[in-house]
Design a protein around this ligand. Structure first.
Ligand code: SF4
Length: 303
């Protein structure tokens, strides 16, 4: 069976696991190509203009795959752990997928209600009737769930040349959205750290303000921000236009950063965000960071 995996949303967290799991079950995995203008255009034409950019992009990937595979694997993440929910748009995109491509291709969409493993074991029976093969596929693939991006220097204290770039994995992980942001900071001489480089036990903390956040991935964003608050020169927070959870949590981050006089740049992205605009805003922010690094006397001379 040729099975399509849309390179969007949860793919950027669970993609390596899914590729391995499905291959172990005997499927031929077909990954949609990297996001480009054409994929975006297909998504824009298919879903409401009100939804966020990553959902539009996901719709484009689904349509891209629909004509070339026998089925599309597109799990529905409802909630995990202590009833921490995915956002309603991320849950709802699976229903949208059924409407968009359901009449052309089979949609395999295991529902994750707290238990990631059982949802996948159940889905395994779509590929084989052999329970041993399903459990072996799970065992082999689960090592891919381990985050291999964690930096060993993540807790080194204040770093004057590092910026915390806080954003969802499906935004920063997708080059079409995140590459300009990341490369501009690096070109300007700044290292960046993202939440994907911070250990899971820190991202899943449930004390303080984070306890009130009931969205899985927003809690991770906030915990990453709080953890880095005294470690980086400033923050660049990337939020999607039209995203309720992002806007609420980002506002709270901004307040916290202001209280501690930590420079804070909020980038709101959508399909109209141009590369030049992003670069200009980041370069201006970097200028601010550099001025703060200069000794007081040098700063006065520069003025
Ligand atoms: S959390 Fe925000 S950016 Fe992510 S899918 Fe939901 S609405 Fe879109």
């Amino acid at each position: 069976m040729r099975i399509g995996l849309p390179r969007a949303l949860l793919y950027y967290r669970y993609g390596r696991f899914w590729e391995c799991f499905l291959a172990e079950l005997g499927a031929e995995v077909v990954l949609s190509r990297k996001t480009d203008e054409e994929i975006l255009a297909r998504g824009l034409a298919a879903v409401s203009s009100e939804v966020c950019l990553p959902i539009k992009i996901a719709a484009g990937h689904l349509l891209e795959l629909a004509d070339s595979v026998d089925a599309i694997f597109f799990p529905r993440m409802n909630w995990l752990g202590d009833k921490l929910f995915a956002c309603p748009k991320m849950i709802g995109i699976v229903d949208v997928a059924a409407m968009l491509v359901g009449n052309r291709v089979k949609l395999i969409a295991p529902i994750i209600n707290g238990n990631f493993m059982s949802a996948h074991l159940k889905a395994g029976f779509e590929f084989t009737r052999d329970p041993f093969r399903v459990s072996q596929a799970w065992k082999k693939a689960k090592s891919e769930l381990k985050n291999t991006s964690i930096r060993s220097d993540h807790a080194q204290g204040v770093r004057d040349s590092t910026v915390g770039v806080i954003g969802h994995f499906y935004n920063l992980g997708d080059d079409f959205i995140g590459r300009t942001i990341i490369t501009t900071f690096r070109r300007c001489g700044y290292d960046i750290i993202t939440k994907e480089e911070i250990p899971d036990d820190i991202l899943s903390r449930d004390n303080g303000f984070a306890k009130n956040i009931r969205w899985i991935y927003e809690r991770e964003l906030y915990n990453a921000f709080e953890y880095l608050l005294n470690q980086v020169a400033g923050f660049c927070v990337v939020v999607s236009m039209g995203c309720g959870p992002d806007s609420l949590v980002a506002e709270f981050m901004r307040e916290q950063a202001q209280k501690r006089s930590v420079p804070f740049l909020l980038l709101v992205i959508d399909e109209h965000t141009g590369e030049a605009g992003l670069v200009t805003r980041i370069e201006a922010f970097v200028e601010l960071l550099k001025r703060r690094k200069m000794p007081r006397l040098a700063r006065m001379t520069a003025l």
